[in-house]
Structure formats: structure tokens, C-alpha cells
Ligand binder design. Sequence first.
Ligand code: NBP
Length: 482
Amino acid sequence: MFQADMALIGLAVMGQNLVLNMADHGFKVTVYNRSFDKTQTFIDGSAKGKSIQAAETLTDLVNSLSKPRKIMLMVKAGSVVDDFIDQLTPLLDAGDIIIDGGNSLYTDSTRRTRELGNKGLYFIGTGVSGGEEGARFGPSIMPGGHPEAWPFVKPIFQAIAAQSDGDACCEWVGPEGAGHYVKMVHNGIEYGDMQLISEAYQLMREGLGMSADECHEVFKEWNRGVLDSYLIEITADILSFKDTDGEPLVDKILDAAGQKGTGKWTGISSLEMGIPLTLITESVYARCLSALKNERLQAAKIYPRTLPTVEVEREVMLQAIHDGLYAAKIISYTQGYMLMAQAASEFKWPLNYGGIALMWRGGCIIRSRFLGEIKSAFDKQLDLANLLQAPFFEQAIKEAESNWRHAVIFGVQNSIPTPALSSALAFFDGYRSEQVSANLIQAQRDYFGAHTYERVDRPRGEWFHTDWVGSGGNIRSSTYEV
Ligand code: NBP
């Protein structure tokens, strides 16, 4: 066997394509798969003639590598990753590196970094985005874990990653599970982008009575402007695709969305961290609601939709939907960045926010022109507290705001659900309000549970309790967090 630069375990769609990508960039790779027949088929097929060799056992794989050994796992996330780590650990020497490129939960990556570190080994947990084509020709790669391991892996990862304006869409994210955390938020943002596009589509189809072909033309046009992105581009393609009978295939597809869990993890993390990640969380719930197909069919009979009540000019409303989508997308990324900032603060991860935008700029599913604007907002102001405070996004939101409201109102008037568009607007209206209604909530909490409140005419941090009904005592609750 030749001495290889890297090993990859797990020859499913992502693993095979990453290996071919590495070989194309001049790296020598040893591959291993649980079922050897898949390894053999790969070696005899698309890997033929390339600098790729098979290992039948993990011992053979380990012995084929130059030191420090670099072994990448591209297997099903969860216990399979731990099983492979347990099998590899006794075969490795201090300083060797295990890389997990699957969609692992960030807390697992933090745990694995610590456990392997205690054994003198290095661990990198990395997000890889871009699906099959990305893996083959340039994914977005988001590595985190032991920084000491990065210099050895960097030349390989930055060579195979997508390139954006001469920069690799791969940079060190941070320690422990930071790489998988950022990949999780990326996936959450992907849920949000897809939901927003789908809402715009339904407003066009059902609100404006447009055909799939007409919607195709609109998305194609939108892809030339500020919404220019991979997801808008494939939406335009999908809408022109015909089934064997010549009808749009999209109309034959059941409206029950699947999910694999990364959107849910993002929502859970936002609740744990107290960050209002409303758009992404609504997008996860929208998929849950879509999956209740049978119940929805029954409810539709009980509560038939109101028919469109307002005459609108198509071109005017299309512009409103466009602007609403753009503004809500800004809110979604703002919320995603708020979540990453909170995680960085809680876990003491020095995250590079502009670098994250660059990693997402190419190769991945959410790649877009828009991410270039986020990158330059952070380049101009390294300590930018919130994207909505960047002059570019301030102007964009102000220009879109009125049309955004029209689009949401149009959905409400036509009984077309727009959970992402409208929750983003509700967030914006809350975020930009000097006064919200939480004074009443504090009064209610104090009334029924003596939870105390702060006063507008006294310094923050002084807490008051009122005996609201004249029969309560002066005892305050101490068991609840305020
Ligand atoms: P899968 O997620 O389908 O995983 C297949 C691999 O896991 C095969 O090599 C399979 O071996 C191995 N495996 C399984 Br399943 N159970 C195993 C077990 N008990 N013991 C040992 N090996 C086992 O492959 P994928 O779609 O290429 O994804 C790989 C990773 O990358 C996943 O974590 C995924 O979430 C992530 N990811 C996927 C995409 C995508 O677009 N597909 C994008 C980004 C990230 P076998 O051949 O012997 O069954």
C-alpha cells in the first residue's frame, strides 16, 4: 500500500465524493467502509486510476498513513461515530487526528474533543455542506475542535473547499463543538430560507393565481437581483420541471415536508440560550404542521378558506412579496448571528463572524450574494453587535418595510399562511420598539406569584412586590428566576 495523506471512513454519497475531490487535488487517500463490497465497487469504479486505495481493516488503514495520521469519518451521526472512535483509538499514536465530518450534534463534538484530548489525540468536528455536488467539486467546510490539529488538515480542506473571490470557503471556526455549532445554525438558516421561498411561492400561486411556469419566470428574474442565491436558482428550475404527462412535477409532490433534526437542534439551542430565533423555529414548526396532512384535510372541510377579498395588481404585489422575502431573510440571518454570538459568549468560543459568512458564501446550500454583504458588514465593523445596526442592512430594511407589511397583509386576507414572513415582521416590530407589553406580564407574574418587578422610575436591579388584592403578605417568591 502507498503512504497516504489522509484516510476516509464511510463511503456513502458524501464520503465517496469528498475522496474523489481530494484525489483531484493531488492528495493520496486510503478508504474504508463497514461493508467492504461498497469499497470494492468504488475502487473498481469512479476511483479507478486515481490516488485512492482500499483498506479492508482499520489496522491496514492506520498503517497506510503518514504521521500525524489524519482520519476522517463520513458516517451516520451519533453512536456510529463513537464506535469508530473507540475502534481507532487503540491503533493510533499521540498527535494523530480524528475528524468527524458528519452532521453531529455540537455537544457530542465538545465531548469527543475532551475525551480524545485526554488520550493525547486530536479531534476536529467539522460541518460539511453542499450535498453531493458540493462534496465532489467544492463544499463549504466548517472545522472546530483542537486548534493544534488545524495546520495539518488546513492544506487539504482549503484545497478541496469551494472558492469565493479567491478565498477558500473553509476557515477555522473555534474550539470544541464550534464547527458543528456553526454548521447547525447554517442548517437552521437553510430551513428559514426554504420556508420563506415556499411562502412567496404560495402567495403567487394561490394569492395571485399564477401558474408554475409564471412563478418560474419570477424566481429566475429574482435570481438576478439582491435575492441571487442557490436556493432561488433551484426553485426556478424546479418550477419549470415537467412530469411525464407534461404537467409541473411540483404539483404532483405531496405537501408534507421531512426533516432530519438540525433545524430542531437550532430551535432547541435558541430556547436554551434565550435568543429569539423566531423565523427558523417557525420554519421547523411549519414542516411539522405540513406533516399533519390527514388532519389538515379534515380541518379544511370544517374551515374552508376565505376566497381572495381584495383586488391587487400583480406586478405591485410581486414587488411586495420580493421585498418581504428580502427583509425577512435579513431578519433570519440577524437572528442566526445573535444565536452564534450568545453561544460564543456562553462557551467562550472566539467566533469570527465575517469568516463564517465567507464560509457560507460558496459551496453550501445557503450560498448567496447576500452573504457577501454580511461579510463586508463585519469587515467594516469587527465589533458589530447586530446585523440590523449595519448601515447596509438598515437601509435595506427601511426600503423594504412597507412592502413587507403589504405582503403579510395579503397573506392574512387570503388565508395563506406566512409563518416565516410574518414572525420576522413581529420580531422586527418588537426589536425596534422602545416600549413592549412586558410591563403587564411582570405585573401578572407579581400578582399571582410574587415574582417582583423593576420600576421605570427607579434604577435597574431594584425589585418591588405589590400586594395587589390587599390580602397577600409581604413575602416575595425566591424559587423562581426573575
Ligand atoms: P449516511 O448518513 O447515509 O451514512 C452512511 C455511512 O454510514 C455508510 O458508510 C454506512 O456504512 C455507515 N454506517 C451506518 Br449508516 N451505520 C453504520 C454502523 N452501525 N457501523 C458502521 N458504519 C455504519 O451517508 P451520507 O449521506 O454520505 O452522510 C454522511 C454524513 O454526512 C452524515 O452524518 C450526514 O448527516 C452528513 N451530511 C450529509 C449530507 C448529504 O447531502 N447527504 C450533507 C452534509 C452532511 P454501510 O455502507 O456499511 O452501510
